[in-house]
Design a protein around this ligand. Sequence first.
Ligand code: ADP
Ligand code: MG
Length: 248
Amino acid sequence: MILNIEKLNLEIDGEKLLRDIDFHMEKGEVVGLVGESGSGKTLTTKFILGILPERSIIKYEKFEKNCKIGAVFQNAFISLNPTIKIGSQLKKLYESHYGTSENWKEKVISLLEKVGIKEIEKFLKKYPHETSGGERQRVVIAGALIGEPDLLIADEVTTALDLRTKKEVINLFKEIRKNLGISILFISHDLDSVRDFVDRVSVMYQGRIVEENSCEEIFQHQEHIYVKKLIGLSKTLWTRGDKDVFTS
Ligand SMILES: Nc1ncnc2c1ncn2[C@@H]1O[C@H](COP(=O)(O)OP(=O)(O)O)[C@@H](O)[C@H]1O
Ligand SMILES: [Mg+2]
């Protein structure tokens, strides 16, 4: 197991925000963490990354992390500095991981190739605002891969994107999975953006993981009423033939 959390509880300012979270991941596994806005997905991510606010009261029975983690958050644009060219930003990131700039360009070019950026030399000289939303998201994903993580956490990376770009980024994650074989924790408020791409889904609701199953199983059978509703909605749209809703 690369990640194992047992009975995680989190309280901030007297509010119980995470309750008895059990969560684990195996090497190479791709897992979707799904749930409506405010259900506790990002707090769970922040716990894993060790970046919860100082005033958090954290309790758990077990927390094992046997992997290097890279993370990507929703708003790719703000995580890039608008006044610095993309090449320089990726070089700096490389230096922060390896303590030297030696071979930075080879590494960065190979990663940008992997995330589907074309005309890379020219691209490195661009400022973030000179690129598209999808390209910026790709740059941020390449940045998260610089330190060669075993686990890539993607928190709502498709949320701020239009449907076409969303589809592109999901396809990109499928490629990353195929080409790099790393574990991926893909977090989304929307079940359908993970449905044809993850091995297993955990559903969060009001600070708890209320259901966990393989992608196939969870669409066949649900225990929790919230998950039933979630799947019910999804099925209605699916049988309406509105497939773009799910794949985009
Ligand atoms: N830094 C914080 N301080 C206090 N409450 C927070 C903080 N971050 C998140 N919360 C609260 O915790 C709950 C879960 O938040 P979050 O994990 O961001 O949800 P999600 O990512 O599933 O949308 C929400 O009710 C949110 O208001
Ligand atoms: Mg969130």
